[in-house]
Write a protein that binds this ligand. Structure first.
Ligand SMILES: Cc1ncc(COP(=O)(O)O)c(C=O)c1O
Length: 456
């Protein structure tokens, strides 16, 4: 709230100064470098767009000779399976070092990594796990695959992260873990979440699937909970098509994780008595390991560049009324910005809705779009399917399942779904300062000419 007031006041000052000049010199926010003919007519209405150039494309922007050589060498070696070569094994060692954990185990997706973490902690039927309604649905599926109950807590509407106080309210005697999701690659309020977990003796699995290299209190995300999980799916900051990893320090948990994702085979017990539990096959293959190895050179530099550009955008977009960048908690360090996100407030745009404004900005050549349109509580009948499964009906008491339905209300999540605009940051934030100015100018132009939105 404070932030909005500040922004509005700052804007009034800016506009007051600007409006004197505007009489003589045009708009309060001059459009840098775009002054011709109909530059002030919104592109969505046929005006000249702020930008026509393409944006950097990710993951292509990360493909270099390292990636190509790694893949070609793997193809030519004929050793395509984890046990026949060393690409996955070597990447696991490097990734653990980069993140700051004793060990990393690679699997075939972020969803598999999260499910492996749930199983490694011994969580299953009869247990409740608290997580966010605002994520990729893989977060929820990772819990349901083990027949645990995914209990969702509401969000902080300004950070889009789990609200720790609502998490605490939803803890019951069946709750075993919290899965905080570092949405957009920016940290949750990990201080409060860890305090609550400690107070109630709960495990923490960090869903860092969007949060490669991001930091909180000087540590990388994925190192603060009992286990951390990453996705290396094609859109992510570290990408190999489909892939994921579990990171941790406790050898017993990591043994459990290994055995689960390896069809039940323990790695610390000699064959033939090593089939110690049941589990799927989530193993990563050598091509994925090779692509990931090829992405290590330049990974930190890309992270730094995206941070510098995101900081610049934050400083400039905060000046535009109705655009409030994602809130960060004290302790949040550099972030991944898988998506660079803002809350849009239509009051400042003559009441134009999210789709109209984002459509107008996109017509200017800048890819701001709504992100998740519905929380999981409004994404179809998956939970009816789950609650009707015999495993759930036979395991959970009627009272637990009734409470589950009764508490299916997430007003802050609904608000976030209706307010957030985001740019997919992985390629865009690798651009130049001029590219960032195009983003700012497009938003400024739409703001300046918000009266025209009535005609869209
Ligand atoms: C926050 C979050 N959690 C989990 C997942 C699932 O990862 P994957 O798609 O690799 O299974 C994703 C993927 O987008 C994600 O963004």
């Amino acid at each position: 709230m404070k932030k909005r007031d500040f922004t509005r006041r700052k804007f009034i000052t800016t506009v007051s100064v600007g409006s004197v000049a505007a009489v003589a010199a045009g708009p309060a926010f001059p459009i840098i470098g775009k002054t011709s003919g109909n530059a002030q007519k919104l592109a969505v209405l046929g005006g000249e767009p702020v930008r026509t150039k393409e944006w950097l494309d990710w993951p292509l922007a990360g493909v270099n000779e390292h990636v190509i050589n790694e893949v070609m060498n793997t193809v030519k070696s004929g050793k395509w399976v984890r046990y026949s070569s060393d690409r996955v094994k070597t990447f696991e060692k490097e990734w653990a070092k980069i993140i700051g954990r004793k060990e990393a185990i690679c699997v075939n997706s972020g969803t598999s990594a999260l499910n492996t973490a749930v199983e490694a902690l011994g969580i299953g039927a009869g247990d409740e796990v608290i997580t966010s309604p605002y994520s990729d649905i893989g977060t929820i599926m990772a819990i349901t695959v083990s027949r645990a109950l995914p209990v969702m807590a509401d969000l902080d509407p300004e950070s889009y992260q789990l609200d720790p106080e609502d998490v605490e309210r939803r803890i019951t005697s069946n709750t075993k873990a919290i899965i905080p999701v570092h949405i957009m690659g920016v940290s949750c309020d990990m201080k409060r979440i860890l305090e609550i977990a400690q107070k109630h003796n709960l495990k923490v699995i960090e869903d860092a699937c969007q949060a490669h290299l991001a930091e909180f209190n000087g540590k990388r995300l994925g190192t603060l909970g009992d286990l951390g999980c990453f996705s290396f799916q094609g859109s992510k900051a570290v990408a190999c098509g489909e892939g994921g990893s579990i990171v941790g320090d406790d050898p017993e948990l990591m043994h459990n994780a290994w055995a689960y994702e390896e069809k039940g085979y323990a790695r610390h017990i000699k064959a033939p008595n090593n089939a110690i539990r049941i589990g799927p096959k989530y193993r990563m293959h050598e091509f994925e390991g090779a692509i990931l190895m090829g992405q290590i050179p330049g990974m930190e530099e890309r992270f730094e560049k995206r941070n510098a550009n995101a900081d610049y955008l934050t400083s400039k977009l905060s000046e535009i009324p109705g655009f409030v960048p994602q809130k960060k908690y004290p302790g949040t360090g550099k972030s991944t910005y898988w998506r660079y996100a803002v809350s849009y407030n239509k009051e400042h745009f003559n009441g134009a809705d999210l789709d109209t404004v984002s459509g107008a900005i996109r017509a200017e050549g800048v890819p701001f779009s709504p992100y998740i349109r519905n929380g999981f509580h409004k994404q179809g009948p998956w939970y009816e399917y789950m609650l009707n499964m015999k495993e759930y009906r036979n395991t959970y008491s009627k009272a637990t399942l009734k409470r589950y339905r009764d508490e299916f209300s997430y007003p802050n999540c609904d608000r976030v779904c209706n307010e957030v605009l985001a740019i997919y940051g992985m390629g865009v934030l690798l651009g130049s300062r001029e590219d960032m100015d195009d983003i700012v100018n497009a938003v400024r132009k739409v703001y300046e000419n918000r009266d025209q939105l009535k005609s869209v």
